[in-house]
Design a protein around this ligand. Structure first.
Ligand code: SF4
Length: 359
């Protein structure tokens, strides 16, 4: 009898080859698709397979996880390291872009390889992740940078690690007094919700308390991804005291529609996930077909401003190339007329005058 947990068995049963994928949908040119997989592997979890309508070639979940030949078209502005993870990496497996927080790449493995992934050059390769020596060096780095009070475990997907491997990370990070918050960036609650086991919840509770929380930032991109199993996984996390937030990119033909985004953000708020960031897609190689013009993103967010409750409205942001940092992309509602007079646009498009008191 297998000692594996159900989520590990599910991981073993992912669709990983072109031949396996062909059981679900016809593939015109299998050799071409294999070429695509040289740049980034294929993996679709059984949970996500169930949510795809394979009779619809424009099914949003299908578009997010089934490789397309378009991934072989590179635009000149696209980059291998689109947000400068390497530029700001003082030691292996760590990026230090902002003064108060660092990213740690705990693994480059993912349960599902998203075709728009901005780290596709890393997640696409069979990188074994940090060795014990790398992890020791990371802890030393944290100790020598007391200005860092937050660690973001990312990858790849850290929640594809075993509980024992996660506990190793938690123990190491919690041994550094200056670290208050641990954040985990993961798409597992979306693609592999069975991973959120009772044992994992116990682990998270063991390494968090009232002033040393663990945040989970998950990655739902479309309301169709919120199935009953996902709702149960999120409820377990939130009930255990984990703060769960959501971030994801604006994707052409998938969620670049105010109605779809309204549904997504409100459903997330309903299941106690706070919509946090909507990202303008980074300039990763072979992802041009997913990119939405910035103007369109700003317009969509402007439309949602008057109609979606503030607790469900994320910020639309762009991570600038070369590790220059994240900035909000926003419609400007204000125009200064005189020293004290402003014209301000309402969420419904009216222009309203606002006069400041004279000092
Ligand atoms: S889960 Fe995250 S890191 Fe992995 S392929 Fe998707 S976007 Fe990339």
């Amino acid at each position: 009898m297998s000692n594996l947990e159900s989520w590990q068995i599910e991981l073993q049963n992912c669709v990983r080859t072109v031949d396996e994928l062909e059981k679900y949908l016809p593939i015109e040119n299998k050799d071409r698709m294999r070429e695509v997989l040289v740049n980034m592997r294929l993996s679709i979890t059984p949970h996500t397979l169930k949510l795809i309508d394979f009779t619809n070639p424009n099914d949003p979940i299908l578009l997010m996880c089934v490789p397309q030949e378009k991934e072989l078209r590179f635009s000149p502005e696209e980059l291998v390291d689109p947000i400068g993870d390497e530029t700001k990496s003082p030691i292996p497996f760590l990026t230090h872009r902002y003064p108060d927080r660092v990213l740690i790449y705990a693994t480059f493995f993912c349960s599902l390889f998203c075709r728009f992934c901005f780290r596709r050059s890393k997640t696409g390769e069979a990188n074994p992740g940090p060795s014990i020596e790398d992890r020791d060096r990371i802890v030393e780095y944290l100790r020598s940078h007391p200005e860092v009070d937050e660690v973001i475990l990312t990858g790849g997907d850290p929640l594809t690690l075993l509980d024992s491997q996660l506990e190793d990370w938690f123990t190491r990070i919690r041994s550094v007094e200056s670290i208050h918050r641990i954040r985990i960036h993961t798409r597992v609650p979306v693609n592999l919700p069975s991973r959120i086991t009772d044992a994992f919840i116990v682990l998270v509770q063991k390494y968090s308390d009232a002033t040393h929380p663990i945040y989970i930032v998950t990655h739902f991109n479309h309301p169709n991804e919120i199935a009953p199993e996902n709702i149960i996984a999120i409820a377990k996390l939130v009930d255990a005291g984990v703060v769960v937030r959501n971030q994801g990119p604006l994707l052409r033909g998938i969620n670049d529609d105010p109605i779809i985004l309204e549904q997504l953000f409100k459903r997330l708020a309903d299941i106690r996930v706070v919509p946090y960031y909507l990202h303008q897609l980074d300039l990763a190689k072979g992802t041009n077909h997913f990119r939405v013009p910035i103007n369109r993103g700003i317009e969509i967010m402007r439309e949602l401003q008057g109609r979606v409750t503030g607790i469900a409205l994320p910020r639309f942001v762009l991570d600038l190339p070369e590790g220059k940092g994240k900035v909000p992309l926003i419609h400007s509602y204000t125009q200064k007329q005189t020293d004290s007079d402003w014209e301000i646009e309402s969420p419904f498009g009216e222009v309203v005058n606002y006069r400041e008191p004279e000092c």
